[in-house]
Write a protein that binds this ligand. Structure first.
Ligand code: B12
Ligand code: SF4
Length: 530
């Protein structure tokens, strides 16, 4: 929890509840950077930024906010914090109804009429807050008071927005992911995604942006996460950004780490040339595949050349050292279990380092709702509004797939079972094998969380031996290799014998090595004496 500074004179507090401490809020830093620029001189010095995480109790958050004694509290509301932020606003309004509460962020930018949190607040700014929030604060402090409760956020040319990177503190630089954006918006129209509502992608002035990256770098920043929706569209921009990081990495910062979201079907040769030069562990790409099914792609207005996508993905995995995460979504209208399995196996064969397997969510404001009636889409009414069933996937199957997604993360994406996975996911369809394993794991344990690694090894052993009837030596060897590589210390029961043999073997090898070393030392000393 941030420590309260109750004697601070700030009239305005901007705050949000991040998903976890490691995520620093870029949106709030934009608001802070633009207070004077768009609200007039003197506003920024009256503004304080406070960040919490969703695990913090709302009562303590309110206590911290009220200790700052503000006149205005601005809160950033997102899908991950709307439940907790609603409780915060309820408490604030009960304790201090005189404080003006202003909301902003993607979750309250749409369907404001139907949200309790919007009913409780004094004002809601939809869309971008960089200009409209400072202006509203000025109006609330100095008048004339605004007439509207819900205000459409002004969207100026990006040059009119002050860049926020100076607002990252030394602690942010040292301990948190630094979100940065070279462009805003997306030209594509994938209907499940909020960015589909943007008309296009707008680029920040590249010289100014690179200047800010240099300043962050000089202050010691090493961990950059680009939030650009389509990093690789403007090749000249992407080349300059990649070159910037590559130069510094080669010069004196091998510990740099950069993350980009890329569209998979366009990877220019100039980009490939640069990407290939990044050493292992420095570059990460999140590649949105979402679906390989052309009918589904068309239905949700996602334009994607599947052949080029596959080629580029293969290139990234085989010709570069970038860590590649590929995203897939289950539950899209018209997708069946069979068609999804085909796409999954196609992606699995391309061997990205992780398949991030998400279940469709109905984000407020997204045009995916146009399929609700035709495809009998039923979503959870609470956040995160996950799909429960549709006309091609019933509720039971959807539940199975949610568990599949969870177990996939735990077993495959965790990277702790590489040898065992070669047994588990072959031969034939990796999807079918994992679905069977997932069903069995659920039936056997009734749990999707809180598996100790040792317990998982025992479960995997039981499955491979009893359900897949694989030879014991093969299963033991694979799990032993995974266990030893993991560095874990607990003792899985299934490996007790193998571990004892291994210890005995290691001891024998060690003894042999020691005897050899002693012989060598004796031999050397004899040679020296001679
Ligand atoms: C970083 C990020 C995360 C981080 C969390 C960051 C954090 N602070 O904790 C992580 C990786 C954990 C995450 C997870 C998820 N995320 Co996310 N994430 C983002 C991302 C990539 C960047 C956010 C950002 O910094 N944007 C740049 C800033 C400048 O924009 P902004 O935050 O929108 O802020 C502007 C306005 O919203 C407004 N504003 C913001 N705060 C305030 C406050 C006030 C008072 C006012 C007036 C205005 C205002 O002004 C700002 C400047 O114009 C966005 C996509 C994107 N590029 O924006 C998605 C996005 C926010 N995520 C989204 C989603 C759906 C998810 C997931 C559900 C994904 C999933 N399938 O699991 C999960 C949920 C996590 C959970 N625990 O439940 C959706 C949000 C939908 C929503 N209604 O909130 C987005 C928009 C992606 C999308 N295009 O669909 N996410
Ligand atoms: S999914 Fe990606 S490409 Fe499609 S609209 Fe969203 S950000 Fe753009």
């Amino acid at each position: 929890m941030p420590s309260p500074s109750s004697n601070s004179p700030g009239a305005i507090v901007i705050a949000t509840l991040n998903a976890k401490y490691i995520h620093a809020s870029l949106g709030l830093r934009y608001l802070l950077a633009n207070m004077d620029v768009h609200g007039g001189p003197g506003l920024k010095s009256q503004t304080q930024l406070r960040e919490f995480v969703i695990a913090h109790p709302p009562l303590l958050i309110v206590e911290q906010l009220l200790a700052l004694n503000p006149k205005i509290i601005g809160l950033g509301v997102y899908i991950w914090n709307v439940v907790e932020t609603t409780q915060v606003v309820q408490l604030l309004k009960a304790l201090r109804p005189d404080i003006k509460v202003i909301l902003g962020g993607p979750e309250v930018s749409f369907e404001t009429d139907s949200q309790e949190i919007c009913r409780l607040a004094d004002h809601v700014i939809t869309g971008w807050g960089d200009v409209s929030f400072p202006r509203l604060c000025r109006a609330l402090l100095d008048g004339p008071p605004p007439l509207m409760k819900v205000i459409a956020g002004e969207q100026p040319a990006l040059e009119a927005i002050a860049l926020p990177y100076e607002e990252y503190t030394a602690e942010d630089l040292a301990k948190r992911l630094l979100y940065v954006e070279a462009s805003r918006g997306c030209p594509f129209k994938c209907e499940f995604c909020l960015s589909s509502l943007d008309k296009t992608a707008w680029a920040f002035d590249l010289d100014a942006f690179m200047g800010e990256m240099e300043a962050l770098y000089q202050r010691g920043a090493r961990n950059f996460k680009f939030v650009d929706r389509t990093f690789n569209l403007k090749v000249d921009f992407s080349v300059r950004i990649l070159q910037f990081f590559l130069d510094r990495m080669k010069a004196d910062a091998p510990d740099l780490f950069i993350h980009f979201e890329v569209v998979p079907d366009s990877l220019h040769d100039r980009l490939k040339e640069l990407i290939a030069q990044f050493p292992a562990g420095t570059l990460q790409f999140e590649v949105g595949i979402q679906s390989f099914n052309p009918e589904v792609q068309q239905r949700i207005s996602r334009k994607q050349d599947n052949i080029k996508t596959a080629e580029n993905l293969r290139w990234l995995v085989t010709q570069s050292q970038a860590h590649v995460h590929a995203d897939l979504i289950f539950g899209l209208p018209g997708e069946t279990l069979g068609s999804f399995a085909e796409g999954f196996d196609r992606l699995y064969d391309l061997a990205p380092h992780e398949i991030q397997f998400g279940i469709l969510k109905r984000l407020r404001g997204t045009p995916i709702t146009r399929h609700t009636a035709d495809y009998a889409m039923v979503y959870e009414p609470q956040t995160p509004y996950t799909i429960l069933q549709n006309s091609t996937v019933d509720f039971i199957t959807m539940q199975r797939m949610k568990r599949f997604a969870r177990y996939w993360d735990m077993v495959v994406n965790s990277g702790r079972f590489s040898a065992a996975l070669r047994l588990l996911l072959a031969p034939g369809s990796a999807f079918d094998h994992f679905l069977n394993f997932s069903d069995w794991l659920w039936l056997t344990t009734g749990k999707t969380h809180e598996f100790a690694y040792e317990k998982l090894i025992d479960l995997m052993h039981a499955y491979l031996m009893l359900q897949r009837a694989l030879p014991r030596e093969q299963v033991n060897a694979a799990l032993l290799a995974d266990y030893l590589a993991s560095g874990a210390r607990g003792k899985p029961q299934c490996l007790a014998g193998a571990l004892m043999n291994n210890a005995a073997n290691s001891k024998a090898i060690l003894t042999q090595r020691t005897q050899r070393n002693e012989r060598q030392a004796r031999h050397l000393s004899l040679k020296l004496e001679a």
